[in-house]
Design a protein around this ligand. Structure first.
Ligand SMILES: [Zn+2]
Length: 119
């Protein structure tokens, strides 16, 4: 991986890395649903980044609007940056915000922060 050039934002850098992943065949459909039941709540995982920066998209991803697909693509693209995990982002955002409560789901917390800054 190239060093992070200072003129690029992490989002630009991440999206360039995502494009490289597509070109290298590291992005693919999972072929399965990302919906899971948590009590009365159905949670949907649209995609995830696995080891070796492999991105898989669940069936529900392909039903999203273009802007929602872009949002989730940006999320997974950010995971192309080494160490850019949901947990790291959630912890950093919590520290910056001054929150002291625990964060139950780092991925959802990360998405909420992304939505705040990338509406
Ligand atoms: Zn994530």
């Amino acid at each position: 991986m190239k060093p992070l050039p200072s003129i690029y934002s992490p989002a630009n850098y991440a999206l360039n890395e995502y494009i490289a992943a597509v070109q290298e065949g590291r992005v693919s459909p999972s072929g399965v649903t990302g919906a899971t039941r948590d009590g009365d709540i159905i949670r949907t995982t649209y995609g995830k980044t696995l080891g070796n920066n492999l991105v898989v998209w669940n069936l529900e991803y392909y039903t999203l609007s273009p802007s929602e697909m872009g949002f989730h693509t940006l999320h997974e693209a950010l995971h192309q940056i080494p160490g850019f995990s949901d947990e790291v982002i959630a912890a950093a955002a919590r520290t910056i915000s001054g929150r002291t409560d625990s964060i139950d789901d780092p991925s959802i917390y990360f998405n909420n922060r992304l939505r705040e800054y990338c509406p």
